[in-house]
Write a protein that binds this ligand. Structure first.
Ligand code: SAH
Length: 250
């Protein structure tokens, strides 16, 4: 049986601590006692560990040995902020599928009130990613970036202006008719040679990308890619894209 993994809030070389809801669950529901064994994720590494002390809101472990962990998919999803309930679902599912990071961006067609509220939502998005990482027994929690404007994100990562960033940047676009995500991945894999390529994949809001955003991507070396002839909701596009990437890289 696979042991449940606990994600540590604090750790050093020899010990790790979980707090809050995880600790309460271990103490009250599972009636964990010192001496019991567990798998603990600390700093992106998984350890075989032994429970050292149990309090109502804190469980401390002694780390025994590192165990082999599965790496995340080397993908940052750049998600245009849109309807929060759909977006939360996308973050949860993307975490299950192994995404390394999610970068929320404010796009031209992001609704004004959502754009204004996005900053206050980040903590909730991080909690959702944390829960989903636990549930899917990931050894790490995806990084959820603070929301920024699309232009800022594109400037920060573009292959055209920052070739050293090493990422292949792709923008999902339903009107793209020639290049599929699969073809673009083939090229990225060939270009990365022996190495694992790292990818940035951008998804537009409900209303799609505005023409000036398409021009911005284009000017900065992002490749427009298609997921097929049907128009998908943004959250479906996120999941489909990650599944295609996983089928190549895992
Ligand atoms: N402009 C659209 C809807 C946009 S769908 C409309 O006609 O209403 C939201 C986002 O999902 C898009 O911006 C794009 O990033 C992605 N998307 C949806 N379908 C896609 C497809 N077939 N290929 C690539 N990306 C797609």
């Amino acid at each position: 049986m696979t042991r449940r993994r606990w994600i540590a809030e604090h750790w050093d070389e020899a010990t790790a601590t979980i707090l809050g809801a995880q600790a309460e669950h271990m103490a009250r529901v599972l009636r964990t006692l010192p001496g019991m064994e567990a798998d603990v994720v600390a700093g992106g590494h998984v350890f075989h560990a032994e429970v050292a002390a149990v309090g109502p809101n804190e469980v401390r472990f002694n780390l025994i040995a590192e165990v082999q962990a599965d790496p995340a998919l080397p993908v940052t999803l750049v998600v245009s902020v849109y309807k929060f309930d759909h977006m939360e679902w996308a973050i949860e599912k993307a975490t299950e599928l192994g995404v390394a990071a999610v970068a929320p961006v404010i796009a031209r067609r992001t609704e004004k009130h959502l754009a204004l509220a996005a900053e206050k939502r980040v903590e909730r998005w991080r909690r959702i990613a944390h829960e989903a990482a636990l549930q899917s027994r990931r050894s790490d929690v995806p990084l959820i970036h603070d929301p920024v404007s699309l232009a800022e994100r594109v400037r920060a990562t573009s292959p055209a202006t920052r070739p050293a960033s090493g990422s292949t940047c792709m923008v999902l676009a339903e009107q793209e008719r020639t290049t599929t995500l699969r073809q673009a991945l083939d090229e990225a894999i060939a270009a990365a040679q022996e190495q694992m390529p790292t990818l940035e994949i951008a998804i537009g809001p409900e209303g799609g990308w505005a023409p000036e955003e398409e021009a911005l991507f284009d000017a900065n070396g992002w490749v427009a890619v298609s997921l097929g002839p049907r128009i998908l909701r943004a959250e479906t596009a996120a999941i489909a894209a990650l599944a295609v990437v996983a089928s190549y890289l895992e």
